[in-house]
Design a protein around this ligand. Structure first.
Ligand SMILES: C[S@@+](CC[C@H](N)C(=O)[O-])C[C@H]1O[C@@H](n2cnc3c(N)ncnc32)[C@H](O)[C@@H]1O
Length: 229
C-alpha cells in the first residue's frame, strides 16, 4: 500500500498519473525539451505550493502546440489559465495574426502568466479576461468561430463550457478537455466527491453526443480531443 502511495505521489508531482517514473522520464527525454521561459514558469509556479499541480505537464504542452498548428487556428479559447503554461503552448502554435482568448478569475496567478508571455514574445496574441469564464464565453457573438479550445477550469461547469464553445466551433475546430480521468477516480466506485461526479457526467455527456467524435487519451491526467462530425 505504501509503495502505491509513494508511486502515486511521485506521479502526482509529475502530473502524469498513468505511467511509472521511468516511462515518464523516457517520454520527457524523447520529446522536444522545455526552453528557458517554460523552465522559469515551471519553477515559479512550483513556489506556489500544492496548487502548482494544476499546471499541465510538459508533454501535454507540446501536444497542444502541435494540435493548434495542425488546425491552423485563427481564434482560440482557453478556459482556465492559471500561471499561463498551457496558454503559452497554445499561443506558440498560432500564426502571428491569430488570437487566443484566455479566461480566468485570478489576478495573482495570471500576473505570473503575463510576465512569461511577454518574455516568450507571445503577449500580443493573447487577450486575458478576468471574469467567470461562462460569462466571457456567452458574451462572444454566435458568429465568432472558435477554431481551437482548451477547457481546464472548474469541473462543475465543464458541460456548460463545452456547450458554449461547441455552438461556435468551426467545421474543423477542436475542443481539448483536461482532467477527464481525474487521477483514475472516474472508475473508482468509492469516489463520489463533486468534482469526480462532474467529470463522469461530462464524459457521459460527450459519449451520448451524436454531434461529435471524441478521442480520450491517457496523457497527463487524461485528455479528450473532440471534433464535430
Ligand atoms: C487547473 S487550473 C488551469 C491550469 C492551466 N491550464 C495551466 O496549464 O497552467 C484552473 C484555473 O481555472 C480558474 N478558474 C476556476 N473557476 C473559474 C471560473 N469560474 N471562471 C474562470 N476561471 C476559473 C482558476 O483560477 C485556475 O487558474
Amino acid at each position: 500500500m505504501k509503495k502505491i502511495r509513494d508511486l502515486l505521489s511521485k506521479k502526482t508531482d509529475r502530473r502524469s498519473f498513468f505511467l511509472d517514473e521511468n516511462l515518464v522520464e523516457y517520454i520527457e527525454e524523447s520529446s522536444t525539451a522545455t526552453d528557458q521561459v517554460q523552465r522559469s514558469l515551471i519553477e515559479e509556479t512550483s513556489t506556489l505550493g500544492w496548487v502548482s499541480r494544476m499546471q499541465i505537464s510538459h508533454d501535454q504542452g507540446n501536444f497542444l502546440t502541435m494540435l493548434v498548428k495542425a488546425t491552423q487556428a485563427q481564434f482560440a479559447v482557453e478556459v482556465g489559465t492559471f500561471t499561463g503554461y498551457s496558454a503559452l503552448a497554445i499561443a506558440r502554435g498560432l500564426p502571428a495574426d491569430a488570437k487566443l482568448l484566455c479566461c480566468d478569475i485570478s489576478e495573482d496567478w495570471t500576473d505570473i502568466a503575463r510576465r512569461h508571455w511577454r518574455e516568450a514574445g507571445v503577449e500580443d496574441k493573447i487577450d486575458l479576461v478576468l471574469a467567470p469564464a461562462l460569462e466571457t464565453l456567452d458574451e462572444l457573438p454566435l458568429t465568432q468561430n472558435i477554431d481551437f479550445a482548451f477547457i481546464d477550469a472548474d469541473k462543475k461547469n465543464y458541460i456548460n463550457y463545452y456547450e458554449s464553445i461547441l455552438s461556435r466551433l468551426s467545421e474543423n475546430g477542436l475542443i481539448v478537455v483536461d482532467n477527464v480521468l481525474w487521477s483514475g477516480r472516474v472508475v473508482d466506485a468509492n469516489a463520489n466527491d463533486h468534482d469526480t461526479i462532474a467529470i463522469r457526467e461530462f464524459n457521459e455527456h460527450i459519449r451520448n453526443d451524436a454531434r461529435v467524435s471524441c478521442s480520450m487519451l491517457s496523457i497527463g491526467d487524461g485528455v479528450s480531443v473532440i471534433q464535430k462530425i
